[in-house]
Every structure is written in structure tokens, then in C-alpha cells.
Write a protein that binds this ligand. Structure first.
Ligand SMILES: C[S@@+](CC[C@H](N)C(=O)[O-])C[C@H]1O[C@@H](n2cnc3c(N)ncnc32)[C@H](O)[C@@H]1O
Length: 262
């Protein structure tokens, strides 16, 4: 599969995207963190900033995108390093004080299995902190799936466009609470939060999703159909949400954290 993550496109809404990250970091209990991992670390800027804020001894950022890791290299230091890896398969030897994953778990299926492996990587007293988007029913996501299901795009994607990972993979908040309880969390915090983003215009939503959820179509569409796909998506989206400036973009996210018994 080609690497369709583009650090520049993703970085266009860096301020809006960093809010939930720091809310997630605030869920981490204040204690010594010798070893931590940031799964799906992306461009690594937030990984390094969190390592500093939380005074992490050794922080490893893991991502499957060579383009994102190339950008992350700028944020490596003696305490922070970045590695290529698949977060769906990742686990550890029970020696991590923190497993952090911001806006990455939604890309992989079987959250119960994945979270069980991540939990196994925690040392006694270790903490898991995860944030996933939960916005699948917003027109920005729904319309992308609708356009992908129509010609000529559908046939160009072999008749089966990739499904929305958030709709397919993300669980209900209460289910994450149940998973944490079954894993034996001594304490837990789970919440659904609506982030209200005031964007310059409704067309800016296209730029937002183009850097994230639409990358799944860029992976499989022929190059010559990528911009026509975006144009049709934009036309349909603006017909639905209106051509407004500014545009208020409500974005639902689930944040959850759990502590392993000491
Ligand atoms: C929306 S970005 C979030 C990046 C970063 N955590 C942040 O908060 O800015 C999602 C990241 O997850 C990575 N990713 C998606 N699926 C992955 C997988 N199976 N294994 C490793 N990384 C993955 C992508 O390459 C991308 O960098």
C-alpha cells in the first residue's frame, strides 16, 4: 500500500488537533514515567512535547507511515526516538509506565484485542491513555462514503471502497469502560467530548478530512480520479452543510484512560 499520509496536509489544523491531545495528556496521573510509548505518533511533535511535559525517561513513538516518521525525525532526542511499526500488532514486556495513543486506534479493527495487547505492555501501576474520533455520522464523514459508493469512483476502487474506519472500528464509550474494567483497571476515566472548531469556512472541512479520513481513498484511487473525487465531495458537502464563513465544526471524540493495579 502507498503511504498517503502527508505531514503538511495533516499539519494544517495543528492547533485544533492538539487540543484533544493535551486533554488526553491531562488524564495521565502524576507519577514517575520511566518508559512510555506513543502509538501512531504521526509527525512526532506532540510525542516529544508530551515526553517533556510528563518528564518521561524514554519515549518511543511508533508509526507505520514513513512520511510521518521522516517528519518525526526532527523531534528525536536522547530521550525520544521513533520507530516504524504496526500498532495493531504492537505489545510489550510489561515494562511500560505509559501507553499513549492519540487519534490512531480508530485506524485498526478489533479494539478489544488490541487494547488487551497494549494493556499487557504496562508495568504494575502503568497507565493507558487513548483518544479516538467518534464523528462518523457527521456529513463530513457520511458524504465521503456516499461519493465513494458511486461511479466512477466505486469501480475504480474494485467495487468495494474502503469503509470509514471510525464507523467500523470505534466502540461506544461505555464499551471502552467495560473493556478497561475487564482488563482489571484499578481506576478509569472515559468520556465523550464535543470539540467545537470554528473554521474559516465550510470548505475548510474538506482540507481537514483530506489530511485524515480521506487518505483511505487516496490509498486506492488512481491518481487521475483523486482530485475529481475531492471536487465531487466538496460540492456535495457544501450542498449539505451550506457554504458558510466562518463554519462551526462540531467534532465528537472519546477519551479514555485506565491505571493497572500496582
Ligand atoms: C491522525 S494521525 C495522529 C498522529 C498523532 N498521534 C497526533 O496526535 O497528531 C494518525 C496516525 O496513525 C498512524 N497509523 C494508522 N494506522 C497505523 C497502524 N496500523 N500502525 C501504526 N501507525 C498507524 C498514521 O500513520 C498516522 O500518523
Amino acid at each position: 500500500m502507498t503511504d498517503t499520509w502527508d505531514p503538511q496536509q495533516y499539519g494544517k489544523f495543528a492547533a485544533e488537533r492538539s487540543q484533544p491531545f493535551w486533554d488526553l495528556v491531562r488524564l495521565v496521573e502524576d507519577r514517575r514515567l520511566r518508559r512510555a510509548v506513543d502509538l501512531g505518533c504521526g509527525t512526532g511533535e506532540l510525542t516529544a512535547a508530551a515526553a517533556e511535559r510528563l518528564a518521561v525517561g524514554v519515549m518511543v513513538g511508533i508509526d507505520s507511515s514513513p512520511a510521518m516518521l521522516a517528519a518525526a525525525a526532527d523531534h528525536a532526542s536522547t530521550d525520544v526516538r521513533f520507530e516504524l511499526g504496526d500498532i495493531a500488532a504492537w505489545s510489550g514486556d510489561g515494562d511500560h509506565d505509559l501507553v499513549l495513543a492519540n487519534a490512531s486506534l480508530q485506524w485498526v479493527p478489533d479494539h478489544v484485542g488490541v487494547l488487551t495487547r497494549w494493556w499487557a505492555a504496562l508495568a504494575p501501576g502503568g497507565q493507558l491513555a487513548v483518544q479516538v474520533p467518534a464523528n462518523a455520522e457527521h456529513p463530513s464523514h457520511r458524504i465521503a462514503a456516499e461519493v465513494a459508493a458511486e461511479e466512477p469512483f466505486r469501480a475504480a476502487m474494485g467495487g468495494t471502497p474502503p469503509p470509514d474506519p471510525v464507523a467500523r472500528n470505534v466502540l461506544d464509550p461505555a464499551q471502552y469502560a467495560i473493556v478497561l474494567d475487564r482488563l482489571g483497571a484499578a481506576r478509569q476515566h472515559v468520556r465523550l467530548q464535543v470539540y467545537g472548531h470554528t473554521l474559516a469556512s465550510s470548505a475548510a472541512v474538506v482540507e481537514w478530512v483530506r489530511g485524515t479520513s480521506l487518505t483511505r481513498f487516496a490509498d486506492v484511487l488512481p491518481d487521475e480520479l483523486w482530485e475529481p473525487f475531492i471536487d465531487e465531495y466538496r460540492r456535495r458537502l457544501l450542498a449539505t452543510i451550506g457554504d458558510a464563513a466562518p463554519y462551526f465544526y462540531p467534532f465528537k471524540r472519546i477519551l479514555f484512560a485506565g491505571v493497572k493495579p500496582a
